[in-house]
Structure formats: C-alpha cells, structure tokens
Design a protein around this ligand. Structure first.
Ligand SMILES: Nc1ncnc2c1ncn2[C@@H]1O[C@H](COP(=O)(O)OP(=O)(O)OP(=O)(O)O)[C@@H](O)[C@H]1O
Ligand SMILES: [Mg+2]
Length: 363
C-alpha cells in the first residue's frame, strides 16, 4: 500500500441507466457526465432514489450503463467486470464474512489472487495497522463494535490496493457520535492515500464535512457540482438551496447598475451589492441568503429591513427567528450565541451580510 498514490481519472460520459421494462420502467440515471477530480474525495449527494448508488455501481462495474461510457485512468471500462477494475467498494452493510476472523476477512481477496502466505501476512498487517485494528486479528465480526466492523470493511478493500475508492453510505449503520468520528477518519485516510474517491451519502452535513467536491443529484441528473462552500453559499437552483439547509429567497427589484455596484430596491431600503453581470434596472431578482448571514441591528443602529418577530425557538447553540418584513415576506434568522431573546411581536431591523448574499434571476 503506497501512500500518496497520484489519484487517477474517473470520467463518466452521458451515462443513462434504466431499470425494468415498458410501463414500469425507471430511468435511474440520465445523461450523467462528470470528471471526478483525481486524488480527491467527491460526494454524490441527493435524496433517496435520485440515482447515487446507480452511478457508483456503474463505476464499480456492478451495473452496465444502457448508454454512455465509463473511463477509468483513460481506459473505457464498460465491458470490464468489477474484479478487473482498479476499484474497491465499501458497502453500507459491511458485507463481512461472519464465520471468518478479522484476519481471514481482510486476507480473503489476496488468497483468491493466490499471493504467497508471507506477502498476505505483511499486507494484512499493514492494512490493519492503517485502520487501527492491530491486535484484533483473531476476533470474529460479531465480537467487534460497529465502528470496528466498518474499519475491517475498509481494510478489506484497501488491502487489494485499489486505485479508486468507492463508498456507499458507509456510516449509516453507526450511531450519531461514531458517524462524526468515522467520517473524520475516512477523510484523513483519503488525504493520506491520495486515492480518487467517490462517496455516496444523503446526509448533507456529512457531505459538507468530508468532501473536496459535492455533486448534488436530483432525479438521476446533476443539479450542481462544486466545493462545499460554493454549494452552500451559491446554490444555483432552488432544489440545491432547499436540500442544503434553509435558505431565504427575498424578492427585490434592480434599481441601478454601474461597473462597480448593483443597487436593489427592497421594501423600505436600497441594498448595494458588488457588481453582478447580466442584470438590468427594473428587473425582479431573488436575493438568496442563509439564515445565519442575517443579523439584528443593535439598539440605536436602526437600519436594514424592518420587520416583526413572528416566532422564536431556542435550539441550544442558536436562536431561530421567523421575522415578517415589510411587504409580508417571511425570513428565517439564526442567531448564534444569543445574548437576549427578542420577544414575539417585537419590532426589529435586519442587516443582510452583503458578502454572503447572492442574486438569482426570477424566472
Ligand atoms: N436493481 C434495480 N431494479 C429496479 N429499480 C432499481 C434498481 N436499483 C435502483 N432502482 C431504482 O432506480 C432509482 C435510483 O436508485 P438508486 O439506488 O441509485 O438511488 P439512491 O440515490 O442510491 O437512493 P438511496 O439514498 O435510497 O440509497 C430508484 O427509483 C430505484 O428504485
Ligand atoms: Mg443508495
């Protein structure tokens, strides 16, 4: 197991995959085209049934696409069975052999390849050390914790020295705390090995924390791909904005545009933003903004959008407000470490973080 393998290319071109026939046919993946960044961890994120597992299985070779091509390291692999591809898959249910010890589970693939015993022992020891499992060689899977079983599943894949790592919801059988811990471990391992990695999850927080790149899928297609920050701050479609936490969409009207700035008229105020291309005075726009990028004006500051608090809830690390602004729109405002609560019905002014604000056309 070399460390820092240069990641290899995985490229999907116009992949379409259907299941079933005639009336009951499902198009699981439609015209999916993407180049996975070599050596990086890319997450496929989206709601249940959007086609994440199907894409992953097309890369692994468990499914053959109906249309389109799968390239790994520049080679078209559509016709190659899984075991001939340089991929290793970690499944949600671990798929460990219950009657074999940890050592035998990890050694299994190498035995099939008929490697010499010495070499098998060395490679297994290395993989177990990498996953902090040394000393547990003789246990059977039912004598391990969920986290340890998951690590055995990863060791069993890594021992075969794959060039591409594939994970399908690997943490969903673990409790919340262990999930957070293990995702840190997987990310650290990925960075250390530098393998091109594709990771499937429907948990947006997990995707945010673990990924270099996130691909948001909806109904078999890509909605948006980008870094976690891009996806979060600049969701390109309402679907993405909605899927990745809560977003406020406020309607405004372009008042003035020059080379430097764009002025937007909102109820009661004018907001000035850095120049954005393609907007004309008089045009209606959405101002897209996350709840934590809005703050209440301090006492005496009295500027911003005026509104009235409709609802207050305390969520431990933050207070969440629903505020009705002039004109009747409702905005969610999240205030971290609230010092004092604003009462329901109280009048407030909201200040929008203009750096974090992003404009979208009203279609
Ligand atoms: N073997 C199959 N036979 C028939 N239909 C299938 C098969 N596999 C997947 N599908 C259908 O294809 C669509 C995409 O499924 P897929 O498993 O890729 O979704 P997913 O995004 O991984 O969902 P989840 O988050 O629930 O795992 C779904 O509508 C599913 O019912
Ligand atoms: Mg799935």
């Amino acid at each position: 197991m070399k460390s820092k393998d240069m990641g290899i290319n995985v490229s999907l071109r116009h992949i379409t995959k259907r299941f079933g026939k005639a009336k009951t046919q499902v198009v699981a993946v439609k015209e999916f085209t993407f180049d996975f960044p070599p050596g990086k961890l890319t997450t496929l994120l989206g709601p249940s049934g959007c086609g994440k597992t199907t894409v992953l299985r097309c890369v692994a070779g468990f499914y053959e696409p109906d249309q389109g091509d799968v390239f790994i390291d520049g080679q078209r692999v559509n016709d190659l069975p899984p075991y001939k591809r340089p991929t290793g898959t970690v499944f949600q249910n671990y798929a460990l052999f219950p009657h074999m010890t940890v050592f035998e589970n990890v050694a299994y693939g190498l035995k099939i390849k008929k490697l010499p015993t010495r070499s098998i022992q060395e490679k297994v020891a290395q993989a177990l050390a990498l996953l902090q499992l040394s000393g547990l060689e003789d246990r059977s899977p039912n004598q391990l914790s969920g986290g340890q079983q998951q690590r055995v599943a990863i060791a069993r894949v890594l021992v075969n020295e794959p060039k591409v790592l594939l994970f399908d919801e690997p943490l969903s059988n673990l409790d919340a705390k262990l999930r957070v811990y293990m995702r840190g471990e997987i990310r650290a391992l990925q960075e250390r090995l530098g393998l091109t990695t594709i990771y499937v999850t429907h948990d947006q927080e997990e995707a945010m924390s673990i990924s270099h790149t996130i691909v948001i899928m909806n109904k078999g297609k890509i909605e948006q791909a980008g870094t976690p920050l891009e996806i979060y701050r600049r969701p390109r479609t309402p679907f993405v904005a909605d899927f990745i936490g809560t977003t406020n969409f406020l309607k405004g009207e372009v008042q003035e545009v020059d080379e430097k700035a764009i002025k937007i008229k909102m109820p009661g105020i004018i907001i000035s933003l850095r120049f954005a291309d393609g907007y004309k005075p008089g045009e209606e726009v959405w101002l897209v903004l996350r709840p934590e990028m809005i703050r209440f004006a301090e006492e005496g500051e009295e500027k911003g959008l005026s509104g009235k608090v409709q609802e207050v809830s305390f969520l431990g690390s933050l207070a969440r407000y629903l505020v009705e602004i002039e004109g009747g729109d409702q905005i969610q405002v999240d205030e971290p470490n609230p010092k004092h609560f604003r009462q329901k019905g109280s009048a407030v002014y909201l200040i929008l973080d203009e750096e974090a604000l992003h404009l979208q056309k009203v279609k």
